[in-house]
Write a protein that binds this ligand. Structure first.
Ligand code: GLU
Ligand code: ZN
Length: 299
């Protein structure tokens, strides 16, 4: 690991939430973001998205970092914890408030429609009040961006609606924190799971209101389990075994569309797998959706 430095340079990042152990899908994402950064000659950072305190599992941040280290996935700087960056998020909120982009929502799950975008009920409540959710006044525009894997995207922000940037319990939302962090000049590329493709539009909206510098985006296809559900903590995806890093990396590289490795790879170290992957990494070869054969690498 390189010593942490004050110099800011271009970087990619992997941003797990410490709500459960890494599973096969999160390892594929970690490897993709790492190899992409290496291939572009930029730094690779780890950011721990730990703002949702009630959902965090004790000891999980360290467990995730240990698992990544077991796979030789070392960041170029000390891992960043979002919980250490509250001042930045509060400053962003203060700027949005000063520009009249925020309002204070007293709606409850009961009073809100069961689905669809927020109906705008509280848009007139522009004076900060404690214990109300804070929502962003989302502009009614179409966001377009080019995804490096999924192609051109066009998302109507009217369908997204005024989203929560700070919850009633005081927790800063993922969209706000992620937009502040990814909109910094340092983060130049985001490589993450395609389950977050549509989340890009609200994040870009925040970045544009704050004058941030948007990164490039590449959303890699999602691994599914045998029943076709995406691997996640909700579907109880198996934690990856940190004692078999070489075989985990071998499967992750296959999932990223790489050719079968040469014979005699049984004793390859994680370092060697990553070096092999680095030479072959090509976003253009990552399938938009995974072929069926890669669907079950977790089991
Ligand atoms: N921490 C979130 C997750 O694990 C977001 C990650 C991201 O934006 O890359 O799903
Ligand atoms: Zn409301």
């Amino acid at each position: 690991m390189q010593a942490s430095s004050e110099t800011q340079s271009a970087a990619g990042r992997f941003a797990p939430s410490p709500t459960g152990p890494l599973h096969a899908g999160s390892l594929v994402t970690a490897v993709a973001s790492y190899l992409s950064a290496r291939a572009s000659g930029i730094q690779w950072l780890i950011r721990i998205d730990d703002l949702d305190g009630p959902r965090n599992q004790p000891g999980m941040t360290q467990h995730i970092l240990n698992t990544l280290n077991a796979h030789n996935l070392y960041p170029d700087r000390a891992p960043i914890l979002q919980s250490d960056r509250m001042a930045l998020y509060e400053e962003a909120l203060a700027r949005l408030q000063a520009e009249n982009q925020l309002f204070y929502c007293t709606c409850t799950r009961k009073t809100l429609p069961p689905s669809g975008p927020y109906p705008g009920t509280c848009r007139h409540r522009t004076t900060p009040t404690p214990e109300t959710a804070v929502r962003l006044r989302v502009p009614d525009v179409r966001m377009t961006f080019e995804d490096r894997i999924q192609g051109p995207q066009e998302i109507d922000l009217a369908d997204v609606g005024d989203f929560v940037v700070k919850r009633r319990d005081g927790i800063i939302s993922y969209h706000l924190a992620c937009a502040v962090d990814d909109g910094s000049r340092e983060v130049t590329e985001v490589v993450r799971g395609a389950d977050l493709l549509l989340e890009t539009a609200p994040q870009l909206a925040v970045m544009s209101l704050l004058g941030g510098t948007p990164p490039t985006y590449a959303h890699i296809p999602i691994l599914t389990n045998a029943s076709g559900q995406k691997l996640s903590k909700q579907t109880a995806a198996a934690a990856i075994n940190p004692r078999t890093p070489s075989s985990n990396l071998k499967q992750a590289l296959r999932a990223l569309g790489m050719e079968a490795p040469p014979a005699g790879n049984d004793d390859w170290t994680p370092q060697r797998w990553l070096a092999w992957g680095e030479q072959r990494f090509d976003l253009a070869r990552i399938p938009r959706t995974l072929p069926a054969g890669f669907a079950n690498i977790a089991s």
